[in-house]
Structure formats: C-alpha cells, structure tokens
Design a protein around this ligand. Structure first.
Ligand code: C2E
Ligand code: CA
Ligand code: CA
Length: 911
C-alpha cells in the first residue's frame, strides 16, 4: 500500500479514537498522546494501527490488531503497513480508483496474516499529529466472510444458470420418458428462474441480505434435489454443495472432496473414459455442455447413477477455460425403472427366463450365425402334460412354483450359450446352438424332457408331471423365418400330444407323414369355413364404472360336428402359412362386419374388434383388401371396426415403416395392441405404432390381486398409456375384486368373465339389457398415483395370507423366513398414512404392522417347526386383519378426502 495514495482518499475528520475520547481531549493535546489515550488505544476492541503518514511504518499496534494479524505487537511495530499487503500494486491502484469513484470512505484490501492466511479487510483511517509526526490511525475490519458470501452468491448464480439449462433438458427428456415428476421439475425450474430474477436485484443490497439470499438459493437447490459443483481449472479445486455430499454419501463420512481427483476415484471404471472425453470436449469448446450419466460409488458400497450436467462457465479473453460449474442429480431410480421396463419387455416375470420376444430375437441372431459358422441349431418346444388340473387342484401359487422349478431344472441341463425361454402358461422353448449330429441332439432332448418330468417337491407334496416335446432344426432346404421355425416346433409338440403325450416328436421337414397330418388339419379348418361350422362369439367390453357397453371382441369358435364347440387354441395353431391364415382372417373380418351392420340396422350400434394375425397384417395387399371389404359395408360408421394386433408378434420395423397401420387409421379403423405387456420390444416401438388402445394381457390381470409384480406391470402399462396418451383396457376381469382394483388404479375399461363370457351374437342384446355394473364398481374412485402404495400393501397382505394358508394347509414351501420389511410398513411411513393418522383403520394398521414385524423376527429365531406353525398362524391373522383394514380404508374412499387435505397442506406451505 502506498500511503500517499491512501491519504488521498482518507477522510480528514478526526478519527473515531479521538471522537470516542472527547473528555480526554479537553485535558490533553493531541500532540502528546496521554497514558489514558494510549490505554484506550491498546484495549480498543477494533484492530487499530497507528502509522507514520510519510513512511508507512507501523508506530503502534493494539491488542486486537496483534490478535488479528497473529504477530505480537512488538513484531507488528517492526513492519510497514505495505508489508501486510497481499495484492499487486495494480490491484491496489484499482481499488483506490474504485473507492474514489464510489465516493467511499474506506478501502477494501487483502492482508496477509502471520500464518500465511489472506483476509479481506476494510480500512478506515484518520489523520492526527502525534509526537510531532503526521500519522494515520487505521481501523482494520475483517470482512472476509462478507466477501466470500458475495463470491458464493456469484458462484451459485453461475451454477444456477447451468442448473436451469439442465432442468430444461430434464424436462425435455421427461416428456420422452415416463417421468411422473414432470410437473415438479418444471416448477422447480420456474422457481429457479424466478429466484434468479429476484437474486440479481438483491445482489446490490446490503450484505445482511446476502446471507439470506444464499440460504434461499440453497433451499431451492435442495428441494430440487440437485447437487451442485464448481471446478477451478487452474487449481483443480472443487467446491460442492451439501446435497452433492449427501447424494454420494460422503457427508456421512465427513469426507468432502476438495479436488477433481477425490471424485474421479469414485467413478465406475466403465464410465471414466467417456466422462473424461466429454470433459475434454467441453474444455476445448467443442461441446457446449457435458450431459452424461455415470456411476459413482456411494459410501454405503453400492453404485448410484448420477446425471451430470454442466460445463465451462468462465473463460479468459483467449478462450481458455477457467471455471466449470454444473449440477448432479440422482437418477438411479429412473435407471432401474428403465432396467425394469427392459426386464418387463424381455423376461418372463414368473420364472425370470427370457420371454417370447427375447427368444425370437436370439433365434434370429442364431439363425443368421448358422450361415456363417456352418453349424446347426435346434429348437425344442416343451409343453407340460396335464398341468391345468394340477394347477386347479393345488392352486396357482403351487402351480407357479412348479413352473419356476421346472424352468430352473431345464436350464440346468443346458449349456451356457443356449437359451431356455418361457412363452407363457406351461410352454417352454429351448434354443440349442450347435446341436451336433442326430444322436447327440436326441440325447440332449431326452435330458431336457427328463428335467421337465422329474417330480417336484413342494412342501408336503411331491408333484409329478410329464411333458411333450416337439423339435426342429435349422438350416433347412427352404428358407424360413424365426416365427415359422417356432411354429414347426410347436406343431411337432402337438403331434407329440396327439400321439399319447410324454414323448418327443421332431418336425421332420421331409416327412410326408407330418406334412400330410398338417395338411389334413389345415384343410379341415378351411373346410369348416365352407361347411359353416365356424362362427364368432362376442365378448362385451365395458366401462366398468358407468356400466356402459363400449364394444365387443369377436372370438372365433368351431362348432365341430364330433368334438363339440372348439376354442381357437385347439385349431388355430395348425394354420401356419400366411395364405391360410389370411383366408380365415378375411372370413372373420367379413363375418364381424356383417354382424356389426346387422346390429346397426336393428338399432343396436355396437363397435366390434377383430383379432388380426401378424402374418395376415404383414401381407402387402392387406390394406387394399380391407378397404374393398369395408366398401361392402357402407352402413358401418368410422370407429366401429377395431383391429386387435397381437403384440407378442411384435411388428417388425419394415411393417411399421410400410405405413399400413397409418392407412388403417385413415380408413377409420381403430387399432389396439393385444396382450400388451407380454413382450413389447421397446418404448420407441410404442411411440411409432399409431394404436389408440393398449390391451393389458389377461395373465397379469388375473393374478394382480395377489401378485405385487403383476400389479406393478399393470401400473406400468397404465403409466405408459397415460404418457403416450393411449386408452387402456384390461382383459381377464374375472371377478368383482379385479374390477374394483383396476378402477382404483385408474383403469376404467374392462373385459372378462366377471362381465360376460364370449356370447353368440343372438344373446348379446339380452345380456346388455339385464347387465348392471356392480355397486362396488360404481363407487370405486381412482386413487391418486402417488398413493398406490396402499394398494400394493393390500395385495401384499393378501399374498402373504395365501402363502401362509398354502403352507399351513397343504404344505406349500415355508414362506419368507428371511423377509423383514413389508410394503405395509413403507406405506405407513409415507405422507398419506401420516395425513390419515387419526383414522381408526390407520391406528389399527400400525398395531398390525408392529405385530407382523415382531412375528417375522420370532420366525427367524425359532428353529422348531411346531412353534413356527404357531407363529405363522398368528402372522396369518395379522395379515388378514391388515388386509381388512386396508380394504376398509380404500373402500370408503378415504384417499379422496385425503387428496384435498394434502392439497390444503401444500397450499398453506406455499403461501
Ligand atoms: P385374446 O385375443 O387374448 O382373446 C381373449 C381371450 O381371453 C379369449 O379366449 C377369451 O375368452 C379369454 N377371456 C376373456 N375374459 C377372460 C377371463 O375373465 N378369464 C379368462 N381366463 N379368460 C378370459 P379365446 O376365445 O379362447 O381366444 C384365445 C385367443 O385366440 C385369443 O386371445 C386370440 O389371440 C385368438 N383368437 C380368437 N379369435 C381369433 C380370430 O378370429 N382370429 C385370430 N387371428 N385369432 C383369434
Ligand atoms: Ca384379442
Ligand atoms: Ca389378449
């Protein structure tokens, strides 16, 4: 500091020291600073330095100054005030000019303390004469904290800008994916924009506000759940906020990362390279932002997925990056939801084996590979014999156990490179790569069949099932696709069934016998059309709440002269050529249109949906033939014919691209994706299919009451339908309970035995006149999506009760000894249950949950089966009771009242 400079802007009035000691001034001249004055100087709480105005020497320093600078007074008095400076002459000059411009009565400098720390100080001075010398008394105030606060705010502003860009990206992405929290993210971004606006204006205000501002911004950052970070390029210094620490779990270990390296060591090794590359690109200015996802090791030992968004926020004049800032968000749950959707799309939820979609995908790849490696592959189609009666006798829980363990066993006899898939029901398919010669292949098939036929021990039962197997090989003389290959194996399996079950039949491409058998079966079906033995039955689809009939589904039946009424499953599988399938399909379309126009003429307008086999749909002339057909029925209005396209046969890209679906829509047809949930290939598939309706497969609906997994699939499909703005209908509504639960989940449209079975056309109107939706359906209000946990809790309790029942009565496997937490507990911890705290059911549920937790604990401690049984009985009672209480709470629509209560709370919070 050049003293002459500081003098220029110093105020010449008497210093505070003199002012505060007015009484002394009367007795003593300023010239001879008295003992009292010296004492006052020394003991003053402010840091004071008496400095020679000409030389800058420190003539005297008081105790507070000595304490602040960390030098004994005698040491300080050996220094010149310049020696304390930590800034360059240019910087000092700049501050002087600034102070003059702002007409300030003080200067802000950076002083170095004895320990090397640099602090921001505010200097005010007063001139006085002392011992004949021109002196200045400096009052030194440490304002480092204030300065840091300003800097922090500026920094947070930078970060906020990055955060907003990040949020906007998030919102975009959310509309692509099914982000439920969309509204709250948009709100958070708005809150930030708004906050910034205010923030800028307040920046100019007094520093007391600064602290508050920072707090507020912290709050916004906190509620948006975003970790922020800032990285200095030169020093490598990293500054993160608290949320960042809690996201990564570092808070718990009070391990604050100080440099980039501290974080880099936590990044998953597979992600290091891409993040590094993104960083370099951004530093070079090639990319505007870094936007990537990476895994970080949480201090608890698991991986979390973070979405990283940010980039360079400051560069020097040459464009060199100086500062990066950005935000981090935990996207682990979205990731796992994505994984979950992938899982749903490709794996069977019961056995965890690949499903039809995944099998076909693998089969296609394997078929292609055979052309390159010259090997042969085989497919074995396995169907359990008489599984249905076993399922009926022991219940579907045991049935499921059997399927799971048979699946596992078959997997056990296969090699790693092979696949065992479950197509649904009791149908499995094994895909065997590189089968080798015929005897080798036969050996493997036998082992597979044996694996499927060994008795399964479940609890006290030993259940013995056999299986029938059909096999085929690839390549063959004629080209064929994966679907056709699978159908060959399927057909061979039917052969095995027809020739007495529990055996293996190969589809012998060359064998006249199989071919002629197939031909016989096919021509029998085709002849049935001409013989007028085929007919359509119609199953009503209704709005379950209003009871309104919204349409019917045409289902094929064969009134066989000898075998009676046959269901489609008994004869449709024989048809495997596109020509035959189309022949039958067109008959069905025509018959359905005929019936529809008949109903319209009779004053009973009723939309009809028809099942379309993908092979028919894929024919190039499908839409023109359909259009010709529609031309014959001008009385059928738009929207009265719907095509149900089997989703498991996932349409291939070329079909989607062909625009056939779009043309159908243009012709006024409605499209629905049948069996939805059993095997859609991707979200983009759903996006590109112009279908109005998703039909939730009956397999999920039928078991939703007791299977939380199926419930969550249904919830997922409903979420998808909502996100993509599609209608949803549930098939397989077998009971009043099914309908109630669907309505609560927000699914209003249903089809199933609880409403009506497929009826002959002549019986439909009578049914319509007499059918009313059950009262319980009319009353059941949808529960807000955020509160669906209560439905899960109820399903879980029912599931447990059944599992325990099966164990106690029939000797099912001992259920869940290792389980310790319940969905019920989760729900009770949530806001909804807290808001309903006073309700009698909730009180009772708390009691039940406590007992259940205790009983589960007892279960783990008790090795004796007798005592275990008693615990299980008590547990079953509690589950039963909890199920009842939950049912009551849901039944009286407590959640509706709760909705307004929660809204009230949040409004109060906001104002
Ligand atoms: P889908 O398209 O899934 O048809 C619904 C099936 O579920 C019908 O079986 C129906 O009777 C049955 N269902 C309806 N509600 C319930 C319920 O509450 N519980 C149970 N357990 N089942 C219920 P259906 O008539 O045996 O038809 C089986 C499949 O045959 C159909 O499944 C469809 O894929 C195919 N299909 C039927 N008619 C035709 C047709 O005209 N053309 C083509 N290509 N396929 C058809
Ligand atoms: Ca259907
Ligand atoms: Ca279906």
């Amino acid at each position: 500091m050049r003293v002459s400079l500081s003098l220029r802007c110093a105020i010449l009035a008497l210093g505070m020291l003199c002012l505060s000691s007015g009484s002394l001034r009367a007795q003593q001249t300023i010239e001879g600073i008295s003992f009292e004055l010296a004492r006052l100087f020394d003991r003053h709480s402010a840091a004071l330095l008496l400095v020679d105005a000409d030389t800058g020497e420190i003539l005297r320093a008081n105790g507070a100054a000595s304490e602040f600078y960390g030098y004994p007074p005698a040491e300080l008095e050996k220094l010149r005030i310049d020696d304390l400076n930590a800034q360059s002459p240019d910087e000092l000059e700049h501050e002087l000019a600034l102070a003059a411009r702002e007409q300030r009565d003080h200067l802000v400098y950076r002083h170095r303390l004895a320990n090397g720390d640099v602090r921001s100080v505010e200097l005010r001075n007063s001139a006085m004469r002392w011992a004949g010398r021109k002196t200045l008394i400096f009052v030194v105030t440490d304002i480092s904290e204030r300065v840091e606060l300003s800097a922090a705010l500026a920094r947070l502003k930078n970060q906020s800008e990055a955060t907003i860009a990040y949020q906007v990206d998030q919102i975009r992405e959310s509309s692509r994916l099914i982000e439920i929290g969309l509204g709250s993210i948009a709100l958070a971004a708005l809150a930030l924009v708004f906050y910034l606006w205010i923030g800028r204006r307040r920046l100019l205000r007094a520093e007391a506000d600064l602290r508050e501002e920072k707090q507020r911004l912290d709050n916004v950052v906190r509620v948006t759940d975003i970790g922020t970070w800032e990285l200095s390029v030169d020093t490598g210094e990293l500054v993160v906020n608290e949320r960042f620490l809690s996201l990564t779990g570092l808070q718990k270990e009070s391990r604050e990362p100080k440099t980039l390296a501290d974080i880099a060591e936590l990044v998953h090794e597979d992600d290091v390279e891409k993040i590094h590359a993104a960083l370099i690109e951004n530093l070079k200015g090639v990319s505007e932002y870094i936007d990537d996802e990476l895994r970080i090791a949480h201090s608890d030992g698991h991986w979390i997925w973070l979405q990283l968004h940010g980039g360079v926020v400051r560069r020097d004049s040459s464009g060199r990056a100086l500062l990066l800032a950005g935000a981090m968000r935990d996207v682990t749950s979205r990731k796992s939801r994505k994984d979950h959707l992938y899982q749903l799309a490709n794996y069977d939820s019961l056995t965890g084996l690949p499903n039809r979609t995944a099998l076909l995908e693998r089969l296609r790849t394997a078929m292609e590979a055979t052309h390159e490696n010259g090997q042969q592959l085989a497919i074995a189609f396995i169907d359990l014999d008489d599984f249905k009666p076993v399922n009926e006798r022991y219940g579907h829980i045991i049935g499921d156990e059997i399927l799971i363990s048979i699946g596992k066993r078959m997997l056990g006899v296969m090699r790693e490179c092979d696949t065992v898939a479950r197509l649904g029901g009791d149908e499995f398919v094994a895909l065997i790569n590189d089968v080798g010669d015929e005897s080798e292949a036969q050996g493997l098939f036998k082992r597979l069949l044996q694996a499927a036929s060994e008795p399964v021990a479940i609890g006290k039962h030993r259940i013995h099932l056999n299986a029938s197997m059909g096999t085929t090989r690839y390549p063959q003389a004629h080209s064929l696709d994966a679907d056709q290959l699978l159908r060959q194996a399927d057909q061979a399996m039917y052969d095995a069934k027809n020739s007495g079950k529990n055996r293996i039949r190969s589809f012998d491409v060359g064998s006249l016998e199989t071919a002629s058998h197939r031909r016989r079966a096919v021509s029998a079906v085709l002849e049935a059309i001409d013989a007028r033995e085929l007919c359509l039955h119609y199953q009503p689809k209704v709005n379950m709440r209003s009871g309104e009939l919204i349409g019917v589904e045409a289902l094929l039946r064969w009134q066989h002269p000898e075998r009676g009424l046959l269901l489609p499953g008994e004869f449709l599988p024989f048809l495997d050529s596109a020509a035959d399938i189309t022949r039958l399909g067109e008959w069905v379309l025509q018959e359905a249109l005929e019936q529809c126009s008949r109903w319209i003429r009779d004053g009973f307008p009723c939309p009809v949906s028809v099942n379309i086999d993908v092979l028919q749909f894929k024919r190039p002339d499908f839409t023109t033939r359909l259009s010709d057909l529609l031309g014959n029925y001008p009385g059928v209005p738009e929207g009265f014919l719907e095509l149900e396209i089997l989703e498991t046969g996932a349409l291939e890209e070329d079909v989607l691209a062909s625009g056939a679906l779009r043309r159908c829509r243009e012709m006024g047809l409605r499209i629905s994706l049948d069996d939805f949930g059993t095997g859609f290939s991707s979200l983009s598939y759903l996006k590109s299919v112009p279908a109005e309706t998703l039909k939730i497969d009956r397999s999920f609906v039928m078991s939703m009451l007791t299977d939380p997994n199926d419930l969550s699939i249904i919830q997922g499909v409903l979420g998808l339908a909502q996100a993509f703005n599609r209608e949803c209908i549930a098939e397989g509504v077998e009971s009043e309970e099914h309908g109630k639960l669907l309505l609560r989940l927000g699914c209003e449209l249903g089809q199933g035995f609880a409403i009506a079975k497929a009826l002959p056309a002549s019986e439909l109107r009578d049914w319509h006149q007499s059918w009313r939706a059950p009262d319980s359906w009319t009353r059941a209000l949808p529960i807000p999506r955020e509160e669906h946990l209560v439905l899960y809790a109820e399903v879980e309790m029912r599931n447990w009760r059944e599992l325990i029942g099966a164990y106690l009565e029939g000797g099912g496997p001992p259920p869940f000894t290792a389980r310790s937490t319940t969905g019920l507990g989760g729900w009770l911890k949530g806001t909804a249950a807290r808001a309903l705290r006073g309700e009698p059911e909730v009180l009772e549920l708390h009691r039940c949950h406590n007992s259940i937790t205790m009983l589960l604990g007892d279960l783990q401690k008790t090795p004796m089966p007798r005592a275990t049984d008693e615990i299980y009985e008590a547990l079953r009672d509690q589950c039963n009771k909890a199920e009842d209480e939950l049912g009551r709470l849901v039944e009286r629509n407590a959640f509706m009242a709760l909705g307004s209560r929660l809204r009230l709370v949040s409004k109060r919070h906001a104002s």
